[in-house]
Design a protein around this ligand. Structure first.
Ligand code: PLP
Length: 366
């Protein structure tokens, strides 16, 4: 029986889904907010992307290119990848869902890491599969724990690398060890949503693994460093047969024309991206240091956000800090849904936003 008592019954698993709740974006009664709840990029979209979007408005009556050919070719050139093996989606969320629907179903298992991105268990349940969570060690995906949970029923393993919201990552070697330990029948999806922010030498986004290994997919997004979350644009680099499958199951016009145009222009604005990455390096480290100076526990993380752990003490805990910051007009992300009720995730914003966060938390902890 469905929740309203009607006779329409969705497939098993669907009513077990707790709908994804995105980062908040409003505070009642306030207009001047600082939104640091969705890792959207510190500088907004590139001016070139905005211009391309505006230009595309004259063509709103036209269906888009359903194959995203120009964008895929540009992505291929930019990253040195075969465009035929790139599939674009309405955000990487869509691609995550499509992979689940195409490769898993009732009786199958989809594996992910304890504090991994919440869309993985949601997409697993939506296709009728069972999400299986492997514990992490020190807020980091644990290769052995993941491998230990692989069964005959495992169809897909999702690894966010780096992971949101922990900011931890697995090195190239560790991801290779994970792939090597998986049966060939398990599709490894490396979700590299924050790859552009990575400056560590021991990290790679996973593209080479897609080329060299069986059944490995790399997912990427324009929602983070490119600042185009509102347009919904992501892509996946796949083995040829997986690309073929995704192209069969996706909607024919799944990526809008303005999204394709803005994505193309954003990709081309190298100076904007370089500036964003350089800013992120400086201010993520600054924010982490300042918060540690206030006595908070902040793991050494990557990506465009910082995870801060608060004491388990009424009035000083993460919920209280969240409420205090809201009173100052600052919205950050509670991450209880990720199994981290004592933490807040704070997106790296511009300089004045970062200073406002630290000033607020100084008053809160002081
Ligand atoms: C790890 C990870 N994967 C995927 C996404 C979703 O990205 P998109 O906006 O492309 O759907 C996010 C967004 O927060 C993310 O953190």
């Amino acid at each position: 029986m469905s929740t309203d008592g009607s006779s329409l019954i969705p497939r098993p698993g669907i009513l077990d889904i707790s709908p994804y709740v995105g980062g908040e974006s409003e505070i009642e009664g306030r207009r001047d907010i600082i939104k640091l709840s969705s890792n959207e990029g510190a500088f907004g979209p590139s001016p070139k992307a905005m211009a391309a979007f505006e230009k595309a408005s004259g063509e709103l009556h036209r269906y888009p290119d359903g194959t995203c050919e120009t964008l895929r070719k540009a992505l291929g050139k930019h990253h040195g990848l075969d465009p035929v093996r790139i599939v674009c989606g309405a955000g990487s969320d869509e691609l995550i869902g499509l992979l689940c629907r195409a490769y898993a179903g009732s009786g199958d298992e989809i594996l992910y890491s304890q504090h991994g991105f919440l869309m993985y268990p949601i997409a697993a349940k939506a296709c009728g599969a069972t999400p299986v969570m492997a514990p992490e060690t020190d807020l980091k995906a644990d290769v052995d724990a993941l491998l230990a949970r692989v069964t005959k029923k495992t169809r897909i393993l999702f690894l966010a690398n780096p992971n949101n919201p922990t900011g931890s990552y697995l090195s190239t070697e560790e991801v290779q060890r994970l792939r090597d330990g998986l049966p060939a029948s398990v599709l490894l999806v490396i979700d590299a949503a924050y790859a552009e922010y990575m400056t560590r030498n021991d990290y790679s986004s996973g593209a080479e693994l897609v080329d060299s290994a069986v059944n490995t997919v790399m997912a990427r997004t324009f929602s983070k460093v490119y600042g185009l979350g509102g347009l919904r644009l992501g892509w996946a680099y796949c083995p040829p047969d997986v690309a073929d499958v995704l192209n069969r199951v996706r909607n024919p016009f799944n990526v809008s024309g303005p999204a394709q145009a803005a994505g193309l222009a954003a990709l081309d604005d190298i100076a904007f991206i370089d500036r964003s990455i350089a800013h992120n390096e400086i201010w993520r480290a600054w924010l982490a240091d300042q918060l540690r100076g206030l006595g908070l526990t902040v793991p050494d993380g990557v990506g465009n956000f910082v995870l801060a752990r608060f004491p388990d003490e009424a009035g000083r805990d993460a919920a209280a800090a969240d409420g205090f910051m809201k009173e100052r007009g600052i919205i950050v992300r509670r991450v209880a849904g990720y199994g981290l009720p004592d933490c807040l995730r704070i997106t790296v914003g511009n300089e004045s936003e970062m200073r406002a966060v630290v000033a607020a938390l100084k008053d809160f902890t002081g």
